[in-house]
Ligand binder design. Structure first.
Ligand code: NAD
Length: 489
């Protein structure tokens, strides 16, 4: 591994995300040699804390990761702390001095990575102060890594982006969408552009419809306050689902570089049909979970408004108006308290135009089933391909058989967690797995129409039972087109 020389400034260093994901990811990069002698992290938040106390906090976050003797301690010595209120410009002066010292001490050669892991209302302020108070260097790189959510509609996202742009250029900004760090989401590109037999069929001549499901088993848990203000449309559809769908729909990039991939994703999102309000009403379904046994319905969860109209489920039919996809619906759905926790993508191919095996004497006039290519994203990673084969025995009937490839446990263990991968990409300056502003802008413009419609019309909630796959309307969305969800209960 090549060492990345970098000085990281982390805003929100005592937060939940930092403790659960960021320190563990950095430690794994350290164990693999991507981070070594020439890196340091300056953590900040409002709390007063000494460097030693902060190092303890870091050690505590990584304690469950198997390590060599002394490795964790040596790693923790790269961590420093500075109490800081992001809203006070004068506080940035302390940061500036500390960063200058650490740069010298660790030989980080002016490479600065600023990571914003705190409440999004501060993102703009921090970015502006980073420049104004002179935290940028001119001998190395200056990069910004920023957490979600990126705005709550197009206007607020644009405002945030304008603020960030006062300090950072687009190619210095790394917007985290952790779905893009998942092994099998990245595998979409390998599958499509590495296999002529797949790419040759990847269009409206052979594909009947595409289904994307991001299903969660848990309810809102501790994030109720945030979630009730956001809802599934903003929390999952605008970012994760749009990014997955863009990768499925995009054209082949000229080369597998971040710039080339971006161009194609933007083009794909540009051809996504933006609905009128009445089309939105017809093509989007929202849901909110009800009560079951001793578990409360969504409205009675701690931290949720008892009259909340927030959706915990969304299903939709998306259409791309371009030559490749004209007429092929992309059905997407996501929700909380569904049957199981998994993410999968089903590519449903068209049936043969003529079914020569159909038997007029049996009820099963359509003997042949659709070929389905499934990309299992999580918890298992793999591919499945459903084919029609002859049923073993006398006579001649057909039945579907499944070819399955599941990644081995060893591969699973070796596979870096999304945050580890994305941190490394940011250190390398590789944007492939980050969302560009243009992609985010198109995604918000698309989603804003739905949000505006839903904000006006009061929903009939709750409308689905925990443990199901959402409201009945989500099945009707496909039934209306003579289709079904491949994964159904
Ligand atoms: P958190 O509330 O746990 O932590 C916030 C941090 O910011 C704390 O360290 C706090 O001390 C600090 N802070 C707050 N106000 C400050 C101020 N005025 N000056 C300086 N420091 C201040 O938040 P979190 O859950 O860690 O989330 C961080 C970011 O990551 C958010 O943007 C969130 O949306 C995003 N995110 C979190 C998760 C998650 O699982 N926690 C998942 C995805 C995205």
């Amino acid at each position: 591994a090549t060492e990345n020389k970098a000085l990281i400034t982390l805003f929100g260093a005592t937060g939940d995300l930092a403790k659960r994901k960021l320190y563990t990811s950095l430690f794994k990069l350290y164990q693999k040699g991507y981070l070594a002698d020439h890196f340091a992290l300056l953590g900040t938040s409002r709390h007063e804390m000494s460097d030693e106390e902060f190092q303890e906090l870091v050690l505590n976050s990584i304690k469950d990761i198997p390590a060599k003797d002394g490795e964790a301690e040596a790693f923790s010595k790269h961590f420093f702390y500075c109490a800081h209120d992001v809203t006070k410009p004068e506080h940035y002066v302390k940061l500036k001095d500390r960063l200058a010292e650490l740069d010298k001490q660790f030989g980080t050669e002016g490479n600065r990575l600023f990571y914003m892991s705190m409440a999004p209302q501060f993102f703009g302020t921090i970015a502006i102060n980073i420049k104004k108070q002179g935290l940028l260097t001119d001998n190395g790189y200056n990069r910004l890594v920023i957490e979600k959510p990126f705005g709550r509609d197009f206007d607020s996202a644009k405002k945030l982006n304008d603020e960030l742009s006062q300090t950072f250029e687009e190619n210095q900004i790394f917007r985290i969408d952790h779905y893009l760090g998942k092994e099998m989401v990245q595998n979409i590109q390998a599958l499509r552009f590495g296999n002529p037999i797949i790419e040759a069929l990847w269009n409206n001549r052979y594909i009947d419809n595409i289904q994307v499901t991001l299903s969660e088993k848990l309810g809102v848990e501790e994030r109720a306050g945030y979630y009730d203000n956001s809802g599934a449309l903003r929390d999952m559809v605008q970012n994760h689902i749009m990014q997955v769908v863009a990768q499925l729909a995009m054209e082949e990039p000229v080369a597998f570089t971040d710039d080339d991939v971006r161009v194609e994703k933007i083009k794909a999102l540009r051809s996504l049909r933006v609905y009128t309000p009445s089309e939105a009403a017809a093509n989007f379904v929202r849901g909110q979970y009800g009560a079951v046994n001793d578990q409360p319905d969504y409205r009675h969860e701690d931290g949720v408004d008892p009259e909340s109209g927030t959706e915990t489920f969304v299903a939709a039919k998306l259409m791309f108006d371009n030559y490749r996809w004209s007429g092929v619906p992309f059905y997407v759905r996501t929700g909380k308290k569904l049957a199981d926790k998994f993410t999968r993508i089903d590519i449903v191919f068209k049936k043969p135009l003529i079914d020569i095996f159909a038997n007029p004497d049996t009820a099963d006039k359509q003997a042949l089933k659709s070929n389905v290519l499934t990309i299992y994203v999580e918890p298992n990673s793999g591919f499945g391909l459903r084919l029609n084969a002859k049923h073993v025995g006398q006579g001649f009937t057909t039945e579907p058989v499944d070819l399955n490839f599941v990644q081995s446990d060893t591969a699973k263990k070796e596979s870096p967690e999304p945050y580890e991968r994305l941190f490394h990409d940011a250190l390398e300056g590789n944007h492939t797995n980050f969302a560009s502003w243009a992609e985010i802008a198109y995604a918000w413009k698309f989603v804003d129409v739905i949000r505006n419609l839903w904000d006006i019309e009061k929903p009939q909630f709750p409308n689905y039972t925990p443990g199901s796959m959402g409201p009945a309307a989500a099945s009707e969305l496909l039934a209306r087109d003579g289709r079904k969800w491949v994964y159904d209960l």
